[in-house]
Design a protein around this ligand. Sequence first.
Ligand SMILES: [Zn+2]
Ligand SMILES: [Zn+2]
Ligand SMILES: [Zn+2]
Length: 258
Amino acid sequence: MTQTYHGSCACGGVAFAATGPLRAIAECHCGQCRRTSGHFWAATSVPEERFQAERAETLRWFRSSEIAERGFCNRCGASLLWHPFGEGTMHMAPGAFDDPVGLPTTQVLFPEDAPDYYSVEGPPHAGPAAPERLDCACLCGKVRFTLPGPAGEITACHCRECRKLSGLYSASFEADEATVDWQDRSGLATWDGLTGITHGFCRNCGSSLWHRAEGIFSIEAGAVTGPTGGRLARHVHMSQSADYDQPDDGLPCYPDLP
Ligand SMILES: [Zn+2]
Ligand SMILES: [Zn+2]
Ligand SMILES: [Zn+2]
C-alpha cells in the first residue's frame, strides 16, 4: 500500500505531498547544506512524479550550484527542497513532514566537510582553534557579517519550529548583538515565529542566520564560514524531536530546557 506524506514549512506558505515509499535519510555536511540549514541538512527523496507542490505562494528556488537548485520558503526561511537538474528526483527535508516518517538514516555525505563544533561519529572533538573573529555569510552572499569569537557552547534545539526551519534540528550560540559588524544585509529578512522567536534568514537563498528570543540573540552555527572555536554542548526540546532524530553523540539531552 502506498502512503502519502504531507510536508510544510514553519509558516504554512509552502506545502507539498510525497507519495511513498520514501528513500532512507541521508545527512549532508557539505558547506552549502550547512549554510542553508544553519547546522547540517538531511534529506529523503522520491521520483519527481511522486512529488506534488500543494501550496507554493512563498516557495522560492535558488540555484546553488551548476547541478542543483534549493527550494525554500521566503516568508519563514525554511530549508525544504533540493532538486538536482535532470535526475528526475526531488529531495526533501524530513523535518518538513508533519507525521513520523519511520525512516532510518543510512548515508552520511561529505563528513570530511563537517566543521569544528561537532563530529559526525560522536562527541565533538576538542578543537584547537579559538578564532578571535567569526566570519558569517549566507549562501548567496547578500548577508555577510562578523562578530567576536570564539563561539563557545553551542546548543542543539529539536523543537518543532527549529525542525521545520532547518529540516532536522538547529544549532546555535549566544552572541552580543551590539558586537555584530554587518558588511551586507541587503538580503536579510525576518520572520516572527509561532513561539515568540524572531528568525533572521536570507530572502534570496534561504540560509538560516540568527534568531532572537526574549532579547537573547543567537547565531546559527552553520552561518559561520570558518572555524567556530565552539563546541556542541547539549540537546534541548527533545520531547518535540522527530522519530528519525535521536542523537547518539553522548551529549546531555533535555526533554525541554535544562
Ligand atoms: Zn514558510
Ligand atoms: Zn543569501
Ligand atoms: Zn528550537
